[in-house]
Design a binder for this molecule. Structure first.
Ligand code: AMP
Length: 997
């Protein structure tokens, strides 16, 4: 039967055209196309000799004016059909191991033939056979492997003809060519088209690298790696690579090419920079316009040279603007600050023209003139902070002689000064110096010459001292600072008593009998600071009371004893109170001060607990604010006592300022109220740029009595640990060291005031908009109660173990030295962008590790000098740890010479990222990419890895830095973290130790 008998061909032509359109859309290399061959197909049919039974036959039809050839068979009425149709030999392209066979065919509905239901089929089979040579007309069924049974989606009835399109894949081809064969087992089928093709990734230019057309991979090589070459004038550190998928798509370009210096990318090519523009390095950036004070070169410029009279300092980027020399400092004045000590304060205004630079420094030179003869002042003169490299427009000069004329010359410098002075004759340069002649008229500082015992009893000593003769012309009054202590004070607590006196005589009446005391006396300058030299002497109280015969003396003696006893009782009560409050923040090494009438308060922290009524301490140290001046806006945090709000404070006559408002939640006890307000009593005593500033308290107002508040300056960026976590990798070391410097300066101030913080940690540092860091959290009896890190110790207190020095954990020895240990941990937190110290180790593990002399390893990219300082802060012997003053100085030095931050401490990624240790032999300890990302806290990139087809740890281990960048990890900190972790994973051969000291 002819396949086409009784079928209308109209629909057929339409679908056919549609089918051609579809195939044209894909990028395919065609190996065989039945339609293109027309009637010259020459396919083999089998059995060769079928008698009167017809197998597959080539039928020609004219359709819409063009010839159409189909192979069809339609023996629906016959039993046991086995008709084969074999293509000609299809040569295979060597790389194409996977080919697509697209068939278009029509199958007639068996129901459209009468009486054939038993034998009629509606499917046929597709076979293939590989061969290295064309075997001609030899045909052996047994050599063919079945690929698929081909069934129509729609069968064709009497009225409409449906063309079906099916595509099958033949995988793993390896020989020179192959045949396809179609087996009919009793269907009425017409094969309209057979198209055999393989897919390729077309030649392309991606990221300025060109890649050749590449045959798509097959089942055994799903992604085919292809190397490319950079386009003209582009370069790349590593060979650019890309992957071709089985579907002929390019994915995951690796190793980007970048236009050479002087070139920029324009539409997949590199073009020279336009005249007046430049590009200094190979990068993906565009050429930049020449910056100010530079001149443009011709096209393709790598840099823009400075115009005459302008320079670049060695540290200036070659791509930056050029700057001129600074003009002279202005308005140089000298102020006498301390007549008694020969001190002058020189100050001036910055130069009018800074030459466009911010690194202006000043050098001060001193000349001493007698008559018309001037000479350099020499080394006797002291400058504070220094005579050269001053960043502030002031300097204090001391050790000056009286009645002499001094000429001070202040010179402005900038990074380009050395170049300007070489390049330009002096007459052409802007004058950069300012001079001032001044003289001092003062007398020498008072000097204590002798100290002598005037009288002694078993409980008192009377002393007097002499001042140097020249002091007699000193304007009155002179004041003296007398410090004394017991000589053999074996106790843990050394009590110094400091007295400020206005006479050169003292009677001390509260002393122990038969005891040696050390006395030191020093004259004070007019501003209260110690001047002149001091003298130290030892005097001893007598063993027994020697009463004189004189009755008056007896009465006097009794009075003295009574007073001494009263004082001892008071002192005892005072010390007992201190002991009771031993959890208070005052360190046992701190200096205590007597509350004697003679004393004037020195700048030392006063523990509010020494006040009988802590409310009085609040009154003394904090300003009362009327609640109507405060507006609460939004809750920003929660402390132990209640919510913390952001709000505004508008005091009459003052500008409105943003503030943080701490509140005490309702239902508190009186003790809680006092503890809450004690923070204000402490904070109110401090005044330093790096200590959170207390604006005031609300304690009194009737309506608000129940809602006391503490109002402090508002720190826009909140707690430092959170802030760094949110900005992981975003700050260079220089900036991080700047933050540490601020914290250290605040801590120096606190330790100078003998205040021990006890809970120094990044979470207790607040950061404002200018990235200034300020120490906060000055709770008192609540020490650490509100700190989630606080852990109960066996002695009942709460201690944040991983921030606390061993001696403070072991026997509560909280001192400024233990604060230094905590500062070291804060430094580590800062360099590690808010990472938790000791990661997920338990407190117990941390303590054990510290006792075994292990210390935290250097964070990633940590300057060596900074890590060395951390290790110093963590010295077991607290007396060897640096003091906050040393720390501030060192950090200051590092900041002044940023090159010192360039040497990076050894970093062991296996330790610092704390991969789980593994003894597994299969390389990576992670079962999946997402598990690995989770372990290094980079889960946010799971999708990026997935999309880029990096789904196994094996693929991860192959990744290079460029690959990580290409999948969309852009932040430098994250890039490093991932790269280092891969490095660490590769290096699994060595054991994963927890710490490296
Ligand atoms: P505290 O009770 O002092 O630990 O404060 C709880 C939280 O409130 C802190 O972690 C900060 O997030 C926030 N906070 C406290 N004081 C301030 C402030 N002065 N400026 C901004 N936020 C603050």
């Amino acid at each position: 039967m002819d396949f086409f008998t009784g079928v209308r061909p109209l629909l057929f032509s339409y679908v056919l055209i549609n089918g051609i359109l579809i195939t044209l859309q894909t990028k395919e290399e065609v190996l065989l196309d039945m339609k293109a061959t027309g009637g010259e197909l020459g396919w083999l049919t089998w059995p060769l000799d079928q008698g009167d039974k017809l197998g597959w036959e080539l039928i020609q039809r004219t359709l819409n004016g063009s010839q159409l050839y189909t192979y069809s068979v339609c023996n629906v009425g016959e039993r046991e059909q086995d008709n084969w149709l074999r293509t000609t030999f299809i040569q295979r392209q060597p790389a194409a191991s996977r080919v697509f066979v697209e068939l278009q065919f029509i199958v007639r509905d068996c129901n459209s033939f009468d009486g054939t239901s038993l034998t009629c089929k509606e499917t046929f089979n597709l076979f293939t056979s590989e061969s290295d040579a064309d075997v001609g007309t030899t045909f052996r069924k047994g050599q063919f492997k079945k690929v698929a049974t081909i069934a129509p989606d729609e069968i064709t009835g009497k009225n409409a003809m449906h063309i079906n399109t099916e595509t099958r894949v033949v995988e793993n081809l390896s020989r020179k060519g192959f045949y396809l064969a179609f087996q009919d087992i009793g269907a009425c089928v017409a094969l309209v088209s057979t198209r055999v093709y393989y897919k390729t990734c077309p030649d392309t230019v991606k990221s300025l690298a060109s890649f050749p057309e590449t045959v798509a991979g097959g089942e055994n090589q799903a992604l085919r790696e292809v190397s490319g070459v950079c386009v003209d004038n582009a370069i790349s550190e590593e060979t650019p690579r890309i992957y071709c998928t089985v579907d002929g798509e390019w994915v995951v370009p690796v190793g980007q090419c970048q236009c050479k210096p002087g070139y920029e990318e324009v539409k997949d090519a590199c073009q020279e920079c336009q005249p007046g523009f430049f590009k200094a390095a190979a990068s993906g950036d565009k050429c930049e316009l020449c910056p100010v004070n530079t001149q443009g070169l011709d096209s393709g410029a790598l840099f823009c040279p400075c115009t005459d009279g302008f320079y670049r300092a060695p540290t200036d980027p070659a791509s930056g603007p050029c700057s001129g020399l600074p003009s002279a400092p202005r308005d140089l004045v000298a102020t006498t600050t301390q007549l008694s000590t020969g001190k002058l304060l020189l100050s001036w205004s910055p130069p009018e023209d800074t030459g466009g630079r911010t690194d202006i420094t000043y050098n001060v030179e001193c000349q001493r003139c007698e008559g018309s003869v001037c000479q350099l002042c020499g080394e006797k003169i002291r400058y504070e902070p220094a005579s050269t490299g001053l960043t502030q427009a002031k300097v204090s000069v001391s050790e000056l002689d009286a009645h002499l004329n001094y000429t001070f010359t202040v010179e402005a410098h900038s990074g380009v000064s050395p170049f300007g002075s070489q390049a330009m004759p002096r007459s052409n340069r802007p004058p950069s110096t300012s001079a001032l002649t001044t003289s001092l008229h003062y007398t020498d500082p008072p000097r204590i010459t002798t100290m002598r015992l005037v009288e002694r009893t078993s409980a008192s000593l009377s002393l007097s001292w002499d001042v140097s003769p020249r002091t007699r012309v000193q304007p009155r009054p002179i004041r003296y600072e007398l410090t004394y202590r017991k000589k053999d004070d074996n106790l843990d607590v050394t009590t110094y008593i400091v007295l400020i006196l206005e006479k050169n005589f003292v009677h001390i009446s509260d002393l122990a009998p038969g005891t040696a005391y050390l006395f030191r006396v020093q004259a004070l300058g007019s501003d209260g600071s110690p001047g002149g030299s001091s003298i130290e002497e030892q005097f001893e109280t007598s063993h027994e009371e020697h009463l004189t015969q004189n009755n008056t003396a007896v009465i006097f003696g009794a009075a003295v004893v009574g007073a001494a006893m009263l004082f001892i009782v008071i002192l005892f009560l005072f010390l007992r109170r201190r002991k009771r409050n031993s959890h208070s923040r005052q360190g046992p090494e701190d200096t205590y001060f007597s509350s004697s009438e003679q004393l004037k308060p020195l700048k030392t922290y006063v523990d509010p607990h020494t006040y009988e009524d802590p409310n009085i301490a609040v009154l003394k140290f904090a300003t009362e604010i009327h609640p109507s001046h405060i507006t609460k806006q939004k809750v920003i945090g929660a402390g132990e006592f209640g919510e913390v709000y952001r709000g505004n404070l508008k005091m009459p006559g003052r500008k409105e300022v943003a503030v943080a408002i701490k509140t005490l939640k309702p239902g508190y006890t009186e003790k809680q109220r006092q503890d809450f307000l004690s923070e204000a009593s402490i904070m109110g005593q401090f005044s330093h740029q790096n200590i959170i500033r207390l604006e005031g308290v609300v304690t009194k107002c009737k309506d608000f009595f129940k809602h006391p508040m503490i109002v402090t300056e508002y720190m826009e960026n909140g707690a430092l640990d959170r802030y760094l976590k949110d900005h992981d990798g975003e700050f260079p070391s220089f900036q991080l060291v700047g933050m540490m410097h601020g914290i250290a300066a605040g801590m120096k101030y606190l330790s100078d005031m003998s205040y021990v913080h006890r809970d120094l940690a990044a979470r207790n540092i607040l950061v404002n908009n200018n990235l200034e860091c300020k120490v906060s959290d000055f709770g008192l009896s609540r020490v650490l109660e509100d700190d989630p890190e606080g852990t109960y110790t066996t002695s009942g207190g709460k201690i944040p173990i991983r921030w606390t020095a061993p001696e403070a954990i072991a026997y509560r020895k909280f001192t400024s030295a233990s604060d230094v240990w905590s500062f070291g941990i804060v430094m580590w937190e800062v360099m590690a962008f808010g990472e938790r110290p000791y990661w997920d180790m338990s407190n117990h593990e941390v303590m054990k590790a510290i006792n075994e002399a292990f210390r935290l390893p250097a964070p990633m990219d940590c300057p060596s000098a900074v890590y060395q300082l951390m290790l110093q802060c963590w010295l077991q012997d607290r007396s060897k740890r640096p003091r906050f003053g040393d720390i501030v100085n060192l950090l200051d030095k590092l900041l002044r010479s940023p090159d010192s931050l360039k040497t990076i401490a050894d970093f062991d990624p296996r330790v610092s990222i704390r991969l789980p240790s593994t003894s597994g032999s299969d390389g990576s300890p992670f079962r999946s990419v997402s598990e690995w990302l989770e372990s290094i806290k980079m889960s946010q990139y799971s999708e990026n890895f997935n999309c880029a087809g990096v789904v196994t740890m094996d693929q991860v281990l192959q990744m290079k830095n460029e690959d990580i960048k290409n999948i969309g990890v852009r932040l430098p900190g994250h890039l490093k973290r991932i790269a280092y972790s891969i490095l660490g994973l590769k290096d699994q051969t060595s054991t994963l130790s927890v710490f490296a000291v």
